[in-house]
Every structure is written in structure tokens, then in C-alpha cells.
Write a protein that binds this ligand. Structure first.
Ligand SMILES: *Cc1c(COP(=O)(O)O)cnc(C)c1O
Length: 335
């Protein structure tokens, strides 16, 4: 493995684990080396989008031990997503068994300490039972695979430019925004594509109802810093990011005030720092935000990552690999 040149993409590993739900009960966790799924053509996932997923990472510490970051939060959100799409919940103990099994079976793919790479863990669940009418399936497949991934930004911790998209919405206020489901990504594809074509790293979605407030930053939450305060949107249509929650805790520990509230677009001109946060990149600092439909452009900072964002980034990533003490009990050793 060329650990230093890994990108954020799929790399084949040795095994994945699977568990089937049938006759109102979960079966046992099975390991397989097949990358394929044998699926009925009338499965609800293929027609009505009964699909949910998670994303988390395992890190190799200096001590040679593998660390998971806040897996219980992913298990909890997976249950939340399942209930939202009328799918059976995966009990936390089953979730734990599956992720531990798949990580241990693919130990050799956990990138070494210091490589800035990690083992990405992708749990997903799909409706496999055949239906033609619109209704939840009676059978489901819970699957977890892993892939070693490189740092999200090869160039390092450098600010990116974002584009506000007013034409398309990712999720509606009473829609599926709080569930981690593929449908939200399908709804956002055109917006992301337009942002990429225009030369931006990603898209900023506004609230679907009033188009006044910042909702999400592509596949990540938005946060900003001003007057020693960490500000992040409150909205009924965003996915509650575990990275964001963790940054809020760390910001509090660093003496910042926290505000979780609506963030009007015009407020962008007042921020000292801004960023997108999620498991993949932890933090992507944001320099410029263009709003092509209004012709406005917001410049944040001088083009380098701000000091608060940098401190938060280094604090969180150091806890994840075990270089810093873990005051919140976020890290679990996999053994
Ligand atoms: C997964 C995801 C995030 C980030 O959540 P983390 O728990 O921090 O990885 C943010 N927004 C959307 C839409 C997501 O799907």
C-alpha cells in the first residue's frame, strides 16, 4: 500500500460483513470476501429509495492500537435514519459487533500512524424485500465495508471556495434532511455539479422554505467564528454532524461561546472564519462564498486557515489518533 498517495476513494479490502433482517428479526453477522450483492429486482431500495448509511473512521495510534471515534453516535444516528425510512433499527450491540468485526478482519488496511490516512467505515442498510406497491419492505440487509482513505485535502489544510445554490434544494423542512439517506444526495447532485463546473469546491444549500438562511455545505455542516463565538445553523433539514457536535464541545473547552441558531446569508460578510465540517475532512476552511443568483460575493479571512479553525482541527484530530488525552470519552480501542 502506498499510504502517502491514497485518495478519498474506494479501495478493495479483504472482507465486508453482512446481516439480514427477516421474519422480524436480525440474523447473525456474516463475513464475506465478495464485493457484490445478489438483489431481487423488486427490492424497495431500487424503486422507493429505502437506503440509509453512515460514515466513520478508524485511526492507528502511535501505540499501534486502532481507535474508533464516537461509534455510539453513529449507531444512534443510524437508528434515527432507520426509523425515518420505516426500516428496522440496528441495535447498538449489533452495530458494534459488525464494525469491530470488519475493522479487525481488515487490520492490514488501517493506515499507519503519521500517514494522515485512516480506515473509512461505511455501514449501510437497504430494503431487500420485493414490493411493487409503495410500502416498506419486509426484509433488509445491513452491510459494513471499509476502505483506506487518504487525507481529504492533499494540499493540506487550505481554505476552499463555495457557491450558494438557490435553484435546487437538498431537503425540505419536514422532509428527510435529518436522515442519512441516499435520496438527499440524489436531490443535491445537480447543485453540486453546477458548483463544480463553476470552479467551486462544493455548494451551500439555503433553507428550502425562505431561502434566507444557511442550511448545509454539500455533505457537511456549516460553522463560523466571530467575536470569540462558534456559530452553527439550527435547522429542521440538516443532518446532525457528529464532527460539528464534537467541535462545539472543543470550542467550549477553548473558551468560545456557542450559538446554534439561524444564520442569515448576509451575516456571511461579518464572519472572521468559516468552515464546513464532517468526518471526511474534519474541517474544510472556507475563504470565498459566491452567490451567483444575487451577484454577491463574501470573502472570509485572508486566504489562510483561521487560527480558531486550525486549533479546533488539530485538537480534534489529535484526540482521534490518541496524541491528546480524550476528556470526553470519545475514543474506543478496537481489539
Ligand atoms: C454525514 C453528513 C454530514 C457530516 O456528519 P459527520 O457525522 O460529521 O460525519 C453532514 N451533512 C450531511 C448531509 C451528511 O450526510
Amino acid at each position: 500500500m502506498d499510504w502517502g498517495n491514497l485518495s478519498f476513494g474506494y479501495t478493495k479490502t479483504n472482507y465486508n460483513v453482512r446481516c439480514q433482517y427477516k421474519d422480524n428479526a436480525w440474523g447473525s453477522v456474516e463475513m464475506t470476501d465478495s464485493e457484490y450483492i445478489n438483489l431481487h429486482m423488486a427490492s424497495t431500495v431500487l424503486h422507493y429509495g429505502q437506503e440509509i448509511f453512515e460514515g466513520m473512521k478508524a485511526f492507528m495510534g502511535k501505540d499501534g492500537r486502532i481507535r474508533l471515534f464516537r461509534w455510539e453516535e453513529n449507531a444512534k444516528r443510524f437508528r434515527h435514519s432507520a426509523s425515518g425510512l420505516l426500516m428496522p433499527e440496528v441495535p447498538d450491540e449489533l452495530f458494534r459487533e459488525a464494525i469491530f468485526k470488519v475493522v479487525l478482519a481488515n487490520k492490514e488496511f488501517v493506515p499507519p500512524y503519521g500517514s494522515h490516512a485512516s480506515l473509512y467505515i461505511r455501514p449501510l442498510m437497504i430494503g431487500t424485500g420485493p414490493e411493487l406497491g409503495v410500502k416498506p419492505a419486509l426484509e433488509y440487509l445491513f452491510l459494513v465495508f471499509v476502505s483506506p482513505v487518504g487525507p481529504y485535502f492533499k494540499e493540506g489544510f487550505k481554505p476552499v471556495n463555495m457557491m450558494i445554490c438557490r435553484k435546487y434544494d437538498r431537503a425540505a423542512p419536514h422532509g428527510t434532511g435529518t436522515y442519512k439517506t441516499g435520496g438527499n444526495y440524489a436531490a443535491g447532485l445537480r447543485a453540486v455539479e453546477e458548483a463544480h463546473k463553476a470552479g467551486y469546491a462544493n455548494v451551500i444549500f439555503l433553507d428550502a422554505k425562505e431561502k434566507k438562511y444557511i442550511d448545509e455545505c454539500g455533505p457537511a455542516n456549516f460553522f463560523a467564528i466571530k467575536d470569540n463565538t462558534y456559530i452553527t445553523p439550527e435547522s429542521p433539514s440538516i443532518l446532525d454532524s457528529i464532527t460539528n457536535k464534537s467541535l462545539i464541545n472543543l470550542a467550549g473547552k477553548l473558551g468560545l461561546k456557542i450559538e446554534r441558531r439561524k444564520v442569515p446569508v448576509e451575516e456571511l460578510s461579518t464572519f472572521e472564519e468559516a468552515g464546513a465540517c464532517g468526518t471526511a475532512a474534519v474541517i474544510s476552511p472556507i475563504h470565498k462564498i459566491a452567490d451567483p443568483e444575487t451577484g454577491k460575493e463574501y470573502i472570509i479571512g485572508d486566504g489562510n486557515a483561521g487560527s480558531v479553525s486550525s486549533n479546533l482541527y488539530h485538537y480534534l484530530t489529535s484526540i482521534q489518533v490518541g496524541d491528546e488525552p480524550d476528556p470526553f470519552g470519545w475514543v474506543t480501542i478496537v481489539e
